[in-house]
Design a protein around this ligand. Structure first.
Ligand code: NAP
Ligand code: GCO
Length: 264
């Protein structure tokens, strides 16, 4: 019997006050999971709690910077005490800096790597011992088109997301014997605050050139939404994927398969 239920499971989704993480958390709630999330600012955690409450979701939120190992250890301990051991971890928290590489400061490069790659390492490391003890666990890393492709101005982000794909494969390799599955989701271009600058209307009211570019590069001819990610995220968190390990599922509307709409 294929089992997509998450009933009674404790799901930690990092950086899930809004955006993709919030969408995944709502899908997990619908499948019966207990929702826990973090953000780096109390006001955002409070905003997230209010948004979850509006949907009837009694989430638990913590202020925690995923790059700070002491804060993450403390948060995981509090989750275990107050909610239960983490069964499902979604490493979603992330930032992007769009700067031409030759103009990017090393400190800016390091900040993106720290949040987008070292953060998932730290949070995964903190939840693994309990998953190993219980001989079960799901770790899902939110990768990107930039785990496979490059583009101008996103060198740090592409390096981080490429690394996150290999971290996914390595966790799968090292912990598969404990019945822990680690997979990735590679969203295409999704309409969230992170991509809002790429969709802003121009001064003359016309579409942002990047908006038109992405729609021409996507067979589905549209931006994705967090809702498009819910099904794959539930699949990877559920018993239906217990023999799927070390893969990245690209939820991109077909971008990676498509050369792009030919000019008329
Ligand atoms: P978003 O709207 O910018 O949300 C990112 C979340 O991460 C925010 O809540 C942010 O909190 C939080 N965060 C940032 N740094 C953090 C830290 N050090 N510790 C804890 N939380 C932190 O981004 P999104 O579009 O939902 O993207 C979510 C994930 O999907 C990211 O990993 C992103 O790289 C990836 N992704 C996005 C797209 C897309 O097209 N949108 C496509 C592929 C992959 P603050 O608001 O406080 O900064
Ligand atoms: C960018 C975008 C992308 C998306 C996403 C695509 O500037 O190119 O922000 O990086 O966020 O990662 O999968």
């Amino acid at each position: 019997m294929v089992d997509f239920s998450l009933k009674g499971k404790v799901a930690l989704i990092t950086g899930a006050s809004y955006g993709i993480g919030f969408g995944i958390a709502t899908a997990y709630h619908k499948q019966g999971a207990k929702i826990v999330f973090n953000d780096i600012k109390q006001d955002l955690v409070d905003k997230g709690l209010a948004s979850y409450k509006e949907l009837g979701i009694d989430a638990t939120g913590y202020v925690c910077d995923v790059t700070n190992e002491a804060q993450v250890q403390d948060m995981v301990a509090k989750i275990e005490k107050n909610v239960g051991p983490v069964d499902i971890l979604v490493n979603n928290a992330g930032i992007i800096k769009r700067i031409p590489m030759h103009e990017m400061k090393a400190s800016e490069f390091r900040q993106v790597i720290d949040i987008d790659l070292t953060g998932p390492f730290i949070v995964s490391k903190c939840v693994l011992p309990s998953m190993m003890k219980r001989n079960q666990g799901k770790i899902i890393n939110i990768c990107s088109m930039m785990s496979e492709l490059g583009r101008e101005t996103v060198s740090a982000y592409a390096a981080a997301k490429g690394g996150l794909k290999m971290l996914t494969r390595n966790i799968a390799s090292e912990y598969g014997e404990y019945n822990i599955q680690c997979n990735g989701i590679g969203p295409g271009y999704i309409a969230t605050p992170q991509t809002a600058p790429l969709r802003e209307k121009q001064a003359d009211g016309s579409r942002h050139p990047f908006d038109s570019f992405i729609c021409a590069k996507t067979p589905a001819a549209r931006w994705g939404t967090p809702e498009d990610l819910m099904g794959p995220a539930v699949f990877l968190a559920s018993g239906a994927s217990d023999f799927v390990n070390g893969h990245v599922i690209y939820v991109d509307g077909g971008i990676l398969a498509y050369i792009g709409k030919q000019p008329k």
